[in-house]
Design a protein around this ligand. Structure first.
Ligand SMILES: Cc1ncc(COP(=O)(O)O)c(C=O)c1O
Length: 398
């Protein structure tokens, strides 16, 4: 008789990671159902409504019967629109074409499909710590050798590039970067990107640039993509999407831009998994990129105000210190004077104080002793949360 594990779950599943924010959200909702006030700062999604013209385009597309399968890479008109937008926004020459673009239901699945397309077991894969969990989860699942480079609070959460230089070699298949960064709001400088680009050229590795927060950017200089640096268009895979810039998290629409041959392979993974993205959702994506951009700028202005209010307020709390995020919508305060058990503190803040946030160590070992707050909450809620955190922390026995 075959010896089969009772639950029949593959051993490989043990290599998968997951996003802790969804668990915190579930508990926060439970407390709300019991009548408690909770301020939601745990999950990485804008609290704004999707702009009207985007919703209208989706509804019209539905009534025009755009309700059937599409090519696995996405509809040509959306891919063309993305190629033009991305080339213009990032100042890429020669401009991308639709053959460089692959559409997916959110950026997360395309991270999985890109990594599946490039990683063999034993390949060296380099990312950073703390990080959005999807990269290491997939790379570990694919049995790559996964190396994490610390991000340094002292460099406003930019990568330790000396450590990167020591870590990469001719065996490195790919390095992932994420700027602006989840969970810290850190932004790599042009100088940082140039150094990473020169290492990529020297060791012939690919760079996966997760630029999903490229429109949530608060510096008064133009956004710089590593893909725009000399020689990098051909070795960069840009990951981007509509969730964060256009408040479209629930629509599930993202994409990646990459050299054409790789795009064909990634499309094969789309074909084998979700087949294609809902057609009317893709049509809405065209409206987002070609329509009025002021809602995006308005949301960013509000995010910036909230950032300032939250970071100043956190820095006023004894034992808490927080750097100023330059992008995304996360603050990543250091609470190590209070505790190194950040997850216990996050739990306590939720249970006792009604403030839902994440423990920094959910994003990797280097996040130990930090908390992540998503400032996708109103100024009023942020003020309430700050008051509650200040009152709750002294009661914590960590
Ligand atoms: C860094 C980063 N990349 C990718 C994603 C995936 O976004 P989505 O799948 O909603 O497009 C997220 C979402 O939180 C993120 O923070």
């Amino acid at each position: 008789m075959l010896a089969v594990h009772e639950d029949r779950i593959a051993a490989a599943v043990a290599r998968l990671g997951s996003e802790n924010a969804f668990e915190v959200l579930a508990r926060a909702r439970q407390l709300e159902a019991e009548g408690r006030r909770v301020v939601h700062m745990e999950i990485g999604e804008p609290d704004f409504d999707t702009p009207e013209h985007i919703k209208k385009a989706a509804v019209e597309a539905l009534y025009d019967n755009h309700t059937h399968y599409t090519p696995s890479s996405g509809i040509p008109s959306l891919r063309e629109t993305i190629a033009a937008y991305a080339s213009r926004f990032r100042r890429i020459t020669p401009a991308y074409t639709l053959d460089n673009v692959v559409i997916s239901p959110g950026a997360k699945p395309i991270i999985w499909n890109v990594l599946s397309a490039i990683l063999d077991p034993g390949d060296d894969f380099v990312y950073f710590d703390p990080a959005y969990p999807a990269y290491a989860s997939c790379a570990s699942y694919q049995q790559a050798n996964v190396h994490a480079i610390p991000l340094l609070e002292s460099r406003n959460w930019r990568m330790d590039l000396d450590e990167l230089e020591r870590r990469v070699s001719d065996k490195t298949k790919a390095v992932v970067i994420n700027s602006p960064h989840n969970p810290t709001g850190g932004v790599l400088t042009k100088g940082d990107l140039e150094r990473i680009a020169s290492l990529a050229e020297r060791h012939d590795f690919l760079v996966i640039a997760d630029e999903i927060y490229s429109r949530n950017f608060y510096l008064d200089v133009p956004y710089v993509s590593i893909a725009a640096l000399p020689g990098m268009r051909e070795r960069t895979i840009i990951v981007d999407g509509f969730s964060k810039a256009y408040a479209m998290t629930g629509w599930r629409l993202g994409y990646a831009i990459m050299p054409e041959r790789l795009a064909k392979t990634v499309t094969l993974f789309n074909n084998n998994t979700f087949s294609c993205v809902a057609t009317f959702v893709q049509m809405a994506g065209i409206a987002a990129l070609t329509g009025d951009d002021t809602p995006v700028q308005r949301m960013n202005d509000i995010f910036r105000q909230r950032r300032d209010r939250l970071v100043n307020g956190l820095n006023d709390i004894p034992g808490v210190s927080c750097t100023l995020p330059e992008g995304a919508f996360y603050a990543f305060p250091n609470v190590s004077e209070i505790t190194h058990d950040d997850r216990a503190l996050a739990k306590f803040l939720l249970e006792e104080g009604g403030v839902a946030c994440g423990g920094g160590s959910s994003f990797g070992a280097a996040g130990k002793g930090y908390l992540r707050f998503s400032y996708a909450a109103s100024l009023e809620d942020i003020d309430w949360a700050l008051e509650s955190i200040a009152k709750t922390i002294p009661k914590f026995k960590g």
